[in-house]
Design a protein around this ligand. Structure first.
Ligand code: BMP
Length: 217
C-alpha cells in the first residue's frame, strides 16, 4: 500500500507550491476557509490540474440547500463531503442523485477527529451511509478503533482520514487502521517548506506501513 495524502488547503499557498504538492499528493481538500479567503474563482485557479479535488463543505442540510451549495461552486468539486448524520430521505438521497448526474463523488463523514465528538452516534451514521451508498467515507485517524469499525462496515469503499499531525495522530496511524488516504493540513501549510513537509510525512508513513501491513484491517 502506498501512503496516499490529501492536502487540506485551508489557507492559500503560492501557485508554485500547490503545483509541486500536486506531484506528491493523492488529492487536495478545499473548504470554507479557503473559499472565503480567496473566492471560488481563485480557488479554481489554484487547484487546476489536480485529479482529486475534494470539497469539504461538511454539508448537513435539507436536499435542496445542499444541492444548491454544490451547484454554486460550478463544477469545482470532484468530490463532496457531507455529514452522514443528516440522514438519507429528503437530504443525502437527493444530494447523491444530483452529484451522480454531475459525476461528483460523495464522501460521508461518520465520525470526527476532535475530542468532543460523540461516537455513540457511530452506528447510526454507518447505517445512514449503508443506505446512501456513497463513494467514500471520512473517519478519524485520532481514534484508530473507530476507523477499524468503519473499514469493517465498508470493506471496499475509499476512506479518508484527518487528524494526522496538528491533531496528534502520527503519519500512518489512519492508513494502518484501514484508511486509504490521510488528510493533512497545518503540518504542511504552516511549514516553511510544505513540499518537504509532505515528503517527510510520506516517508514516516511508509515506514509505519511496513510494520503494520498484514495487521491492518
Ligand atoms: P489539520 O491537519 O490542520 O488538523 O487539518 C485537518 C483538516 O481536516 C481540516 O481541514 C479539518 O477541517 C478537516 N477535518 C478534521 O480535522 N476532522 C474531521 O473529523 C473532519 C475533517 O474534515
Amino acid at each position: 500500500m502506498r501512503p496516499n495524502y490529501a492536502v487540506a488547503l485551508d489557507v492559500p499557498l503560492s501557485p508554485e507550491v500547490v503545483e509541486e504538492l500536486r506531484g506528491e499528493a493523492w488529492g487536495v481538500k478545499i473548504g470554507i476557509p479557503l473559499l472565503l479567503r480567496v473566492g471560488v474563482a481563485n480557488t479554481r485557479e489554484l487547484v487546476r490540474g489536480w485529479e482529486n479535488v475534494i470539497c469539504d463543505l461538511k454539508l448537513a442540510d435539507v436536499e435542496s440547500t445542499m444541492v444548491s451549495t454544490v451547484e454554486a461552486l460550478g463544477g469545482l468539486c470532484g468530490g463532496v463531503i457531507a455529514h452522514a448524520l443528516v440522514g438519507r430521505d429528503g437530504a443525502l438521497d437527493g444530494l447523491k442523485r444530483s452529484l451522480e448526474e454531475n459525476k461528483v463523488s460523495l464522501y460521508l463523514l461518520v465520525s470526527m477527529s476532535h475530542k468532543g465528538w460523540d461516537d455513540s452516534t457511530l452506528e447510526a451514521a454507518l447505517k445512514v451511509a449503508e443506505a446512501v451508498d456513497p463513494e467514500g467515507l471520512v473517519g478519524p485517524a485520532t481514534r484508530p478503533w473507530v476507523l477499524r469499525r468503519v473499514r469493517e462496515a465498508f470493506p471496499h469503499k475509499l476512506i479518508l482520514s484527518p487528524g494526522v499531525g496538528a491533531q496528534g495522530a502520527s503519519p500512518g496511524d489512519g492508513l494502518c487502521a484501514g484508511a486509504d488516504v490521510e488528510i493533512v493540513g497545518r503540518t504542511i501549510y504552516t511549514s516553511p517548506d510544505p513540499v518537504e513537509a509532505l515528503r517527510k510525512i510520506k516517508t514516516y508513513a511508509q515506514e509505519k506501513l511496513m510494520s503494520c501491513e498484514g495487521t491492518a484491517p
